[in-house]
Design a protein around this ligand. Structure first.
Ligand SMILES: Cc1cc2nc3c(=O)[nH]c(=O)nc-3n(C[C@H](O)[C@H](O)[C@H](O)COP(=O)(O)OP(=O)(O)OC[C@H]3O[C@@H](n4cnc5c(N)ncnc54)[C@H](O)[C@@H]3O)c2cc1C
Length: 353
């Protein structure tokens, strides 16, 4: 039985594992830290069905509709999106009735009025349940799995066909994985996929990492029984949770693929950004904040498909700000690209050649 070696144990890597298992590959999943440790757990966990890109509307809707069927995965309190007038929903894709937006004005728990487009099916994902679900799916479909945490891939060798992977464990112990002619490699390394040369792979498409911070403001008033408020006019979103509010200023700083350092100066921007639609949050203290990276291709679409230079290398990256929302349709998107060798499609790496 051939083996799929997967580099990266986030949402992308686990979806690659599900897809490969469905194609009857054994799975070896290599993660340099712990599974889901980076972008896949440091995000805002908002599931959104709308997107201005018509290519993404259907997979986003499909993913969120799949989430609804998994108990407690999606806290469906909806999303209130300012401004009102934007046409987010593509006419070319029929809408599930649950996804239809209407106009709504709400009095928030922090005392401000917020009016926007109400998208009822959107909501907050329980990330622990999502991670557990993806892991269970791999176990369900794969006949043989090797999960390797603290296994950092150092080098991938092969001028065309990849024949060896070298990785290192926490004790700096080097190990070597030889590949047979049927074996394949998935590069699902999140922001690190932007610098494939670090592990000996040629850079075959443009991919960039952008830093964004999240703040948690403590409050007894907050409850996850209210919607997420997103002001696109002010570039701020607020996600009420039990015990406080998760806030993002939606900033984007281009940076290196491994720069996860939180910048202290960002705290100073917070009051100015909350002044407009979120005045009621101004008096709350910041309990914690952190930085994470969103990774984008040039057209902001995910990159899913075979590498143009290494015939047994498949990329799953560039999930940008949509990795959580897409997480329950990504394996099927990978499968749709699988048999598309050398062909151009909306998601294939070939579109950048
Ligand atoms: C601040 C912020 C907020 C976000 N909010 C949302 C949201 O509300 N909704 C939404 O849908 N999306 C959101 N996202 C986007 C979402 O988090 C990402 O799209 C998604 O997590 C990307 O998953 P990934 O598996 O590609 O990357 P990651 O989770 O980063 O996984 C890549 C993995 O590869 C591993 N790796 C890298 N190099 C190696 C190597 N050499 N050897 C072994 N392992 C390696 C890394 O350790 C990492 O665990 C947000 C992102 C950010 C930054």
């Amino acid at each position: 039985m051939p083996t799929a070696f997967i580099i990266g144990g986030g949402i992308a890597g686990f979806n690659a594992a599900i897809a490969a298992a469905k194609k009857n590959y054994q799975i070896v999943l290599l993660e340099q830290a712990s599974f889901f440790e980076y972008a896949s757990s440091r995000n805002a966990a908002i599931a959104r069905t709308y997107d201005p890109d018509p290519e993404l509307v259907y997979p986003l809707q499909k993913s969120v509709l799949n989430m609804i069927h998994i108990p407690n995965l999606l806290n469906k309190q909806g999303l209130l999106l300012k401004p009102l007038e934007r046409d987010y929903i593509s006419e070319s894709h029929p809408l599930h009735p649950d996804l239809k937006p209407t106009h709504q004005e709400t009095k928030t728990s922090f005392g401000d009025f917020f009016s926007g487009l109400w998208i009822p099916a959107n909501g907050a994902v329980d990330l622990s349940l999502l991670h557990a679900h993806l892991k269970q799916e791999v176990v369900h479909y794969a006949t043989k799995i090797t999960f390797l945490e603290n296994a950092q891939v150092k080098e991938v060798c092969g001028s065309e066909w990849i024949h060896t992977i070298f990785y290192e464990d926490v004790n700096a112990q080097q190990s070597k994985l030889p590949l047979s002619k049927e074996d394949i490699v998935f590069l699902a390394a999140g922001s690190w996929s932007a610098n494939p040369d670090q592990i000996g792979l040629q850079k075959s498409f443009p991919l960039n990492a952008y830093k964004r911070h999240l703040f948690f403001l403590k409050s007894e008033q907050a409850s996850n029984q209210e919607p997420i408020y997103w002001s696109e006019q002010e570039d701020v979103y607020v996600k009420p949770e039990n015990g406080g509010y998760l806030v993002s200023l939606c900033e984007e700083w281009k940076t290196n693929g491994d720069d996860y350092h939180a910048d202290e100066k960002i705290i100073q921007q917070l009051p100015e950004s909350l002044k407009g639609s979120f005045q009621g949050l101004l008096h709350l203290g910041v309990q914690s904040y952190w930085a994470c990276l969103r990774t984008f291709s040039m057209d902001s679409r995910p990159i899913l498909g075979w590498d143009p230079y290494h015939p047994n290398l498949f990329h799953v990256c560039g999930l940008g700000g949509k990795g959580v929302s897409l997480s329950l349709s990504l394996a099927n998107m990978i499968l749709a690209e699988w048999d598309n060798k050398n062909a151009f499609s909306s998601f294939s790496p070939q579109r950048f050649l």
